[in-house]
Design a protein. Structure first.
Length: 474
C-alpha cells in the first residue's frame, strides 16, 4: 500500500511516468538547442580569453592593464544583454502564439535600440575611461594601458550590441546553429588578427584591442545578413509599442545587470588592492572560469525558449517539464565542469604567463573556483527559466538580494588580505548560491499556484495568423 501511495505521489509531482520516452525526447531537444548555443554564448568570453592568452606573454603590466579594461568592458557589454534575453523570450512566445508580424517588429526594435544604445555607450566610455580605470585600482603604467585599451575597444560596442540583437532574434526562432557558425568565424578571425597585430606588427596591447574590434564588426555584419536574408521571420520596421516594450523590459533587466556587474567589478578592484601578482592571477582565473561557467548558460537557452514557447502556446505542463529536465541536466553538467576546472588549474596558467607568482595565484583561484561550478549551473538554468516566464522584476530582485550575500565575505578579504584570491572566490560562491535559491523559490511559486487558465507571457497578443506550431514541445 505504501508503495502504491508513494508512486501516486510521484506521479502527481511529475517525478515518475509510466513511459520515460517523453523525458528522453525532451532531453534530446534540449541538447539540440543547447549545444549550438554554447558557441554563441561563449563568443564574448572567448574574445577575452584570447586577449588574455596573447597579452599575458607581453608582461605583467599589459596583463594587469587588460584585467582592468576587460572588467569595465564586460560591464558595458552586460548593460545591453537585454537585447538578447528580452528579444529571445518575446520572439519565441510570439512565434508560438502565431503572432508572426509582431515577432518581426520586435526583432526590428531590437536592432534599432542596439544601434542607438551602442553609439551612446561607446561615447560615454571614451569620456569616462580614465575615471573607470582609476576606480578599479589602476595606477601609473597600468592606468595608461587600460585607458588606451578601453578607448579603442569602445569602437566595437555598437557592433557588439547589434550582435546581441541578432542573437536574440535567431535564438528566439530556435535557431542556434547560425549563431554558432558566426561565433566560430568571429573568434577565428580574432585570433588571426591579434597574432598578426600583436606579434607580427608589434603593436602590443593596442593590436589586441583593434583585433577584437574588427572581429566584433564582422560578427555584426554576419548577424544582420542572417536576420534579413535567411531567418524564418525577418525583422520589420518596429512601432512605438515594440520599442516601448523592449525599453521597459530592458530597464528591468538592466537594473538586474548592474547588480550583476557589481560583483565582477568589485572582485577585480579587490584583487588590484591585493597586489599586481594577485590581479594577474585573478584575471587568468576569471577568464577561464567565466568561459567554462558560461558553457553552463547554454542550458538556459532551451530553458528560456521552450518555457516561453510553451506558455505562448498555453502549454503550462510542458513549461514545468522543461524546468524539471533542465535543472537536472544543469546539476550534472555543473559537477562535470567542476572536475574539469580543477584539472585545468594545474596546466592552463602556463599558457597565459611565464611569471611563476601569477601562475601560482591563478592555480589557487581556479581550484576554489571549481567548487562554484555546480552553483553557477543552477543560477544560470534558473535565469533561463525565469526569463522564460518574462518575470524580469523577480530577476532584478533576486540579483540585488544576492549581492547582499556576497558583500560580507568581500569586505573580509579587503580587511584581511591574507585571505587572498581564495576569499574572493568564496564570496563569489555565496553570491551564486543566493541567486540559485532565490530564483528557485520564484520558479516553484509559479507552479504551486492553484490550477487555472494559462496566461500568456506579457506582450503576447491573440494569434494573428495560423502559420505556427500548435505547441513548442509538440
Amino acid at each position: 500500500m505504501r508503495t502504491v501511495r508513494r508512486g501516486a505521489r510521484r506521479r502527481r509531482a511529475g517525478l515518475a511516468t509510466p513511459d520515460r520516452k517523453p523525458d528522453r525526447e525532451l532531453d534530446r531537444r534540449i541538447a539540440a538547442l543547447a549545444l549550438p548555443a554554447l558557441g554563441s554564448i561563449a563568443a564574448e568570453p572567448a574574445y577575452s580569453l584570447v586577449d588574455t592568452a596573447i597579452v599575458g606573454h607581453l608582461g605583467r603590466v599589459p596583463l594587469d592593464s587588460l584585467a582592468i579594461a576587460s572588467t569595465a568592458l564586460n560591464m558595458a557589454a552586460w548593460l545591453a544583454i537585454f537585447l538578447t534575453t528580452a528579444t529571445t523570450s518575446a520572439v519565441a512566445g510570439l512565434t508560438a502564439a502565431r503572432a508572426t508580424r509582431k515577432a518581426g517588429r520586435t526583432a526590428g526594435a531590437a536592432y534599432l535600440v542596439a544601434a542607438a544604445a551602442g553609439v551612446t555607450v561607446a561615447a560615454a566610455l571614451l569620456i569616462a575611461a580614465p575615471w573607470l580605470a582609476d576606480l578599479l585600482g589602476a595606477h601609473q603604467l597600468v592606468l595608461s594601458g587600460s585607458v588606451t585599451y578601453l578607448r579603442i575597444s569602445a569602437a566595437g560596442l555598437p557592433f557588439l550590441y547589434l550582435s546581441y540583437a541578432g542573437n536574440g532574434h535567431l535564438i528566439g526562432l530556435a535557431d542556434t546553429r547560425t549563431p554558432l557558425r558566426i561565433a566560430v568565424t568571429a573568434n577565428l578571425l580574432n585570433v588571426a588578427l591579434e597574432l598578426l597585430l600583436v606579434y607580427g606588427l608589434h603593436l602590443g596591447l593596442l593590436g589586441s584591442a583593434w583585433g577584437t574590434v574588427a572581429a566584433q564588426a564582422a560578427a555584426a555584419a554576419l548577424y544582420a545578413a542572417a536576420s534579413w536574408r535567411r531567418a524564418q521571420i525577418r525583422p520589420r520596421r518596429p512601432g512605438r509599442a515594440e520599442i516601448k516594450t523592449l525599453l521597459r523590459d530592458g530597464h528591468r533587466l538592466s537594473v538586474r545587470t548592474i547588480a550583476l556587474g557589481v560583483v565582477p567589478l568589485t572582485t577585480t578592484a579587490i584583487a588590484a588592492r591585493l597586489g599586481p601578482t594577485a590581479l594577474g592571477g585573478q584575471q587568468i582565473a576569471m577568464r577561464v572560469w567565466f568561459l567554462l561557467a558560461l558553457s553552463l548558460d547554454a542550458l538556459a537557452v532551451p530553458a528560456q525558449v521552450y518555457v516561453s514557447s510553451s506558455l505562448g502556446a498555453a502549454d503550462r505542463d510542458g513549461a514545468h517539464r522543461v524546468g524539471r529536465r533542465t535543472i537536472r541536466l544543469g546539476l550534472v553538467a555543473g559537477a562535470g565542469l567542476g572536475v574539469v576546472t580543477a584539472a585545468l588549474a594545474f596546466t592552463v596558467p602556463v599558457l597565459f604567463t611565464s611569471d611563476p607568482g601569477v601562475r601560482h595565484a591563478a592555480l589557487v583561484a581556479l581550484l576554489v573556483a571549481a567548487v562554484t561550478q555546480p552553483l553557477a549551473a543552477l543560477a544560470f538554468v534558473f535565469d533561463g527559466l525565469i526569463l522564460g516566464l518574462s518575470d524580469y522584476v523577480a530577476m532584478r530582485r533576486a540579483m540585488i538580494l544576492a549581492v547582499v550575500a556576497y558583500v560580507p565575505a568581500a569586505v573580509l578579504v579587503l580587511r584581511f588580505h591574507e585571505l587572498g584570491l581564495s576569499g574572493i572566490w568564496v564570496a563569489l560562491g555565496l553570491w551564486l548560491a543566493a541567486r540559485a535559491v532565490l530564483l528557485d523559490r520564484r520558479w516553484r511559486a509559479e507552479f504551486h499556484r492553484r490550477a487555472g487558465p494559462t496566461a500568456a507571457p506579457a506582450g503576447i497578443p491573440e494569434p494573428e495568423s495560423q502559420d505556427g506550431p500548435d505547441s513548442a514541445l509538440a
